[in-house]
Design a protein around this ligand. Structure first.
Ligand SMILES: Cc1cc2nc3c(=O)[nH]c(=O)nc-3n(C[C@H](O)[C@H](O)[C@H](O)COP(=O)(O)OP(=O)(O)OC[C@H]3O[C@@H](n4cnc5c(N)ncnc54)[C@H](O)[C@@H]3O)c2cc1C
Length: 479
C-alpha cells in the first residue's frame, strides 16, 4: 500500500478547489468520487493518516445530508417544534399562541443554517489539505476517474456517489407529486398533504406539516408506521400521531394518482381515495450509480448498489465503496463511520467492523424514535425465546419526561446472563439518549455493568439507568 510522503503531489499538499485545467493527469493516493458525508469523511481520515486525497464533487460538498437531508429537515422540525410549544404555552402557564407560519422565515432559517454549515465544511476540508475537484466524475479504469478532460488517478478509488429519491413504477414525480427535495423547497404550507411511505422520511415530513397546521394522511403498505422499528414503538407512534390528528392508512398499497391545477387524488388498492394539495413520495432512496462507468470497469453491482465485502472493498482490486451506494442502512453517520473505517483499513490499522444493526437510528418526528441493536423479535430469532429478556420502562415514571409532557418508553433487550443487544426508545428528545444506548450495545455491556453508574436527575437519561437497574434485578422507580 502506498502512504503519503513519497506520493504526495504539490497539489495535494496545499490545494483546494483547483481549476480542472491544472489537474490533468494528477495522481493521488486516494481519489474519492462524491463529496457527501461518506466521501468527505474518507478523505479527512485518509489525510490524517498521511495519504494524499482528492474529492471529486459535481454539486456541493456535504451532499444529501447537508443540503437536502438531515440538516435542513431537522431545521424544519425545529421550527415545527417551536410552533407546537407556542401552541401549548398555556399548559405551562405561558401566554403564547401561533398566529401563523411564515414559511419564508422558516425557509430562511433553514437555508442560513445550511449555508453556514456548508462554509464550515469547505473550511474543514481546506484545513485538512484535501483537494476538492469540481465536476462530474466517471470511473474509467480501476485506478482512474475522468472529470471533463482531466484524468484523476489514484492508488485507491473510493466510490461515494450517494442516493436519490426513488418512486414506484408508473408513479411520475411531477407537478403536485413531489419528493423530499421538492418538499423542502415548498413556498407554502400545504393545507392537505398525502404522504406515500410511513418510513423515516415520510413520518418526519408528516410531523412537520401537522405542526404547521396541515391535514396529513400517511399511506403505508406494511402493517405499521416505521416498520423497521420495534413493533411496540411503531404502535406508540401510531397512538401519538392519532392524538396529534395525523391520519394514516396501514397495510394498503398505492394504486394510482391523478392531479389537476390545485390537487392530487390518490387511489389505493382497496378503492379508497385521498385528496390532497400534494403527494409526497417517500418510498426510499436508490443508489446514484447509473452511467458512472462502474459496471464497465467490472464492479459487481446489485440493482444499482455497489457490492462490497464487510471491509468495503469491491470485487475490483483498488476500488472501494462507502455510504448510501453500499446496501444497508442509509444514514449519514454510517457514511462517516465507513469513511473513517476505510481510510484506516487502507492504512493497515485493521479497524473493527460495526455491523449495520449496531448503528444508532433516530427518527426526528414528534415524538422522536431512537434505537440501536436487535428488536426483541430478532433477538428471539437469534438467541431463542428462553434466552432473551426485555423490559420496557414507561416515560411516565420519569420526571423530566413529565415536565416535557411526553409519553413514550425505553425498551431494552438482553440475553439472559449476557449483554444488552437492543435498545428502543420513543418520546420527546429520545434521539439525544441514543449515544449511551449505542455504547451499551456496542460494548456488549451487561445491565449489571451499567446499573451502578449514575444518571443525573432529573434527566431523560435516567430512563436508560432505570431500565438497566430493572434488568439487573434492582429496580428503583420501575415496577
Ligand atoms: C430528507 C432526508 C432526511 C435525512 N435525514 C437523515 C438524518 O436525520 N440522519 C441521517 O443520518 N441521515 C439522514 N438522511 C440520509 C443521509 O442524508 C444519507 O445517508 C447521506 O447523505 C449519505 O451520504 P453519501 O455520502 O453516501 O451520499 P450523498 O450525501 O448523497 O453524497 C453523494 C455526493 O456525490 C456527488 N456525486 C454523485 N455522483 C457524482 C459524480 N459522478 N461526480 C461527482 N460527484 C458526484 C453528489 O453530488 C453528492 O454530493 C436523510 C436523507 C434525506 C433524503
Amino acid at each position: 500500500m502506498r502512504r503519503a510522503g513519497a506520493h504526495t503531489t504539490p497539489l495535494a499538499m496545499n490545494a483546494h478547489y483547483r481549476g480542472r485545467s491544472h489537474l490533468a493527469d494528477q495522481q493521488f493516493d486516494i481519489v474519492v468520487l462524491g463529496g457527501g458525508s461518506a466521501g468527505y469523511a474518507t478523505a479527512i481520515r485518509a489525510k490524517q493518516l498521511g495519504f494524499s486525497a482528492a474529492v471529486i464533487e459535481k454539486d456541493k460538498l456535504g451532499g444529501t445530508c447537508l443540503h437536502r437531508g438531515c440538516v435542513p429537515t431537522k431545521a424544519l422540525l425545529h421550527s415545527a417544534e417551536i410552533a407546537d410549544v407556542a401552541r401549548e404555552g398555556s399548559h405551562y402557564g405561558v401566554q403564547s399562541s401561533v398566529s401563523g407560519i411564515d414559511i419564508a422565515g422558516v425557509n430562511a432559517f433553514r437555508t442560513n443554517l445550511v449555508e453556514g454549515k456548508f462554509k464550515g465544511l469547505q473550511g474543514l476540508l481546506k484545513a485538512n489539505g484535501i483537494t476538492v475537484i469540481e465536476g462530474e466524475g466517471r470511473l474509467v479504469a480501476p485506478n482512474a476517474v475522468q472529470v471533463g478532460d482531466d484524468r484523476i488517478t489514484g492508488t485507491h478509488i473510493v466510490l461515494a456517489t450517494g442516493s436519490y429519491s426513488r418512486s414506484l413504477p408508473g408513479l411520475e414525480i411531477e407537478g403536485r407529486v413531489i419528493t423530499s427535495e421538492h418538499a423542502l423547497e415548498l413556498q407554502e404550507v400545504p393545507k392537505r398533504v398525502a404522504v406515500l411511505g410511513g418510513g423515516v422520511i415520510g413520518v418526519e415530513f408528516a410531523s412537520v406539516w401537522r405542526s404547521f397546521g396541515a391535514e396529513v394522511t400517511i399511506i403505508e403498505a406494511l402493517p405499521h408506521l416505521v416498520p423497521n422499528e420495534e413493533e411496540s414503538v411503531s404502535k406508540q407512534l401510531e397512538r401519538a400521531f392519532r392524538k396529534r390528528g395525523i391520519d394514516f392508512k396501514l397495510g394498503v398499497r398505492f394504486q394510482s394518482v391523478t392531479q389537476d391545477a390545485s390537487s392530487v387524488t390518490v387511489t389505493l388498492e382497496d378503492g379508497t381515495t385521498v385528496v390532497a394539495d400534494y403527494l409526497l413520495v417517500a418510498v426510499g432512496r436508490g443508489p446514484a450509480t447509473q452511467g458512472l462507468g462502474f459496471e464497465e470497469v467490472g464492479v459487481e453491482m446489485d440493482r444499482g448498489f455497489v457490492l462490497t465485502n464487510e471491509r468495503l472493498a469491491t470485487n475490483v482490486p483498488g476500488v472501494y465503496a462507502v455510504g448510501d451506494i453500499v446496501p444497508g442502512l442509509q444514514l449519514a453517520h454510517r457514511g462517516y463511520q465507513q469513511g473513517i473505517f476505510l481510510a484506516e483499513e487502507l492504512a493497515g490499522l485493521n479497524p473493527v467492523v460495526v455491523e449495520d444493526v449496531n448503528i444508532p437510528k433516530v427518527t426526528y418526528c414528534d415524538p422522536e424514535i431512537a434505537s440501536v441493536g436487535l428488536t426483541e423479535a430478532k433477538a428471539v430469532e437469534k438467541y431463542g425465546a428462553e434466552n432473551v429478556t426485555s423490559y420496557e420502562y414507561n416515560l411516565a415514571g420519569n420526571a423530566k419526561s413529565s415536565i416535557l409532557g411526553t409519553a413514550g418508553s425505553v425498551k431494552a433487550v438482553r440475553v439472559n446472563d449476557g449483554p444488552v443487544v437492543g435498545v428502543h426508545m420513543i418520546g420527546a428528545r429520545v434521539g439525544e439518549l441514543v449515544g449511551e444506548a449505542q455504547l451499551i450495545v456496542n460494548w456488549e455491556a451487561y445491565p449489571e455493568d451499567v446499573a451502578p453508574f449514575v444518571h443525573g436527575h432529573p434527566t431523560q437519561n435516567e430512563t436508560i439507568g432505570e431500565t438497566m437497574l430493572k434488568l439487573a434485578g434492582k429496580p428503583l422507580h420501575a415496577i
